[in-house]
Design a protein around this ligand. Sequence first.
Ligand SMILES: Nc1nc2c(c(=O)[nH]1)N=C([C@H](O)[C@@H](O)CO)CN2
Length: 123
Amino acid sequence: MFKDRVFIEGLSIITTIGVYEWEKSIKQKLILDIEMAWDNRIAGLSDDVNDCLNYAQISQAIIDYLQHHQFNLIESVAENVAALLIDHYFTPWVRVKVSKPTAVASARNVAIMIERQKENINY
Ligand SMILES: Nc1nc2c(c(=O)[nH]1)N=C([C@H](O)[C@@H](O)CO)CN2
């Protein structure tokens, strides 16, 4: 099985997110942890940034996307980010964890996680 990965861990984004009415007029912090399948051999041999899955470019794209879209559920955030990574950055498999650390006062964190893959590819 193909094992190479690119990670983005602890990506912090301030955005409008939440189910309740009072949440729709404020901004809250989300933390994203992302794991993307990618063949790192080409970039590892060429040492050329154009050959890699560029975590800096992708981080900025996710920040821009979430600052311009509003969701109720963190599940929807994860689903849309996974689709962005598969459809626009061509990663064949992703794991996306979305944390909303300030959502439950008595919990250190709450989060959901999904794994998605490009259709017809098994990872
Ligand atoms: N599984 C989820 N449960 C809840 C969510 C969510 O996005 N996913 N959201 C809320 C509210 O927005 C909450 O964060 C307000 O504190 C409740 N449960």
